[in-house]
Design a protein around this ligand. Structure first.
Ligand SMILES: [Zn+2]
Ligand SMILES: [Zn+2]
Length: 336
């Protein structure tokens, strides 16, 4: 009887924290993944766990896929990597959530707008609440930025727009230049302070005009969006891309980089082999992290090619964008 009473009290107290059933499910699922056990791990152990991490990777038949819309991976006490379910979008982009003392940075918002299908805002606010409870503070301001302005990286912006205490930097050149106040794009770097951790914004055009890379002082991650990732990297402006890769090499010479993390996985775990565009099931996909050695190898290959050409490395492929897709990409860019 006493046990039953205790159970009832526990259930009531648990229920009182919850606004809606579906929020609770989401919240519990994420909370289970949020813990403080990370403080004992060395940075090498953290990177190793990320290298060995096998992500949810879609299904042959998406009708039978019951994986969550968003996979949440906690890397350290306040850094998260989210991946969109491949059955929602074959792009399955990665989204990075960095929690500072004052602000939460969300890098990219994925490929799906619908909150019902892809509850990204709710997921971020669940993490926000969890951290507020941990430090007995209020919810932090949420800052949404983008690695670049392709639609698989900004589609859920609408979930964040007009929410209280949220800033969304518009995914276009005007928004970027206004928010970061670049005076000498793409040569200049700028910094955002999140409270106790800061990120450096490095312009890296080439895959797309407005592409940036982000360096996080806490994890030492270099977040490169679609500029550098284990997959087929389409390059729109060859010379801009070469300059951007040189800029990243120079950056890694001056700063410790633990891993280079992009926005997709398209390579298999066999050298130089990749899944075709549109693949919704990748049972043998490669890991997410690239290392400084991959960047150096790419830089050395690029330096040998003044004209655009395909470059195939073990962990990634660089593919020049043809004239027609380039034109389409520019026309689409005028309307967003
Ligand atoms: Zn892209
Ligand atoms: Zn992309």
């Amino acid at each position: 009887m006493k046990n039953r009473l205790l159970l009832a009290i526990l259930l009531v107290s648990l229920a009182s924290e919850v606004v809606a059933d579906e929020d609770k499910e989401l919240s519990d699922d994420i909370s289970n993944k949020v813990s403080n056990t990370f403080s004992n791990k060395t940075s090498n152990e953290l990177i190793e766990s990320l290298q060995n991490k096998q992500w949810l990777h879609g299904s042959e038949d998406c009708k039978s896929n019951d994986d969550p819309a968003i996979e949440v991976f906690q890397y350290d006490k306040s850094s998260y990597i989210l991946r969109q379910n491949k059955c929602l979008s074959y792009e399955a982009p990665f989204i990075y959530v960095l929690v500072g003392e004052d602000k939460i940075l969300v890098l990219d918002t994925g490929a799906t707008a619908s909150e019902q299908e892809f509850p990204l805002y709710k997921t971020v606010q669940t993490l926000n609440k969890k951290h507020a409870e941990q430090d007995n503070s209020r919810n932090r301001e949420v800052l949404v930025i983008h690695s670049h302005s392709h639609s698989d990286h900004y589609s859920a912006d609408s979930q964040f727009e007009n929410q209280p205490n949220v800033t969304v930097v518009a995914p276009n050149s005007k928004g970027i230049k206004e928010y970061y106040a670049f005076k000498d794009w793409p040569e200049e770097q700028t910094t955002i302070d999140l409270g106790g951790r800061s990120v450096t914004i490095i312009p890296t055009p080439g895959h797309q005009e407005e592409a940036i890379s982000i360096y996080d002082t806490q994890t030492k991650w270099l977040l490169t969006g679609d500029t550098l990732y284990p997959g087929v990297i389409y390059v729109k402006e060859w010379h801009d891309y070469k300059d951007s890769i040189t800029r990243l090499v120079e950056f890694t010479r001056k700063h410790k980089v633990s891993a280079i993390l992009g926005a997709h996985i398209e390579m298999t775990n066999r050298a130089g082999e990749y899944y075709e565009i549109g693949t919704i099931y990748q049972p043998e996909e490669s890991g997410l992290p690239l290392m400084a050695a991959d960047l150096l190898m790419l830089s050395s290959q690029l330096s040998q090619h003044d004209k655009s050409t395909q470059i195939v490395l073990d962990g990634l492929v660089v593919e020049p964008l043809g004239m027609l897709p380039k034109l389409i990409s520019s026309i689409v860019g005028w309307f967003i």
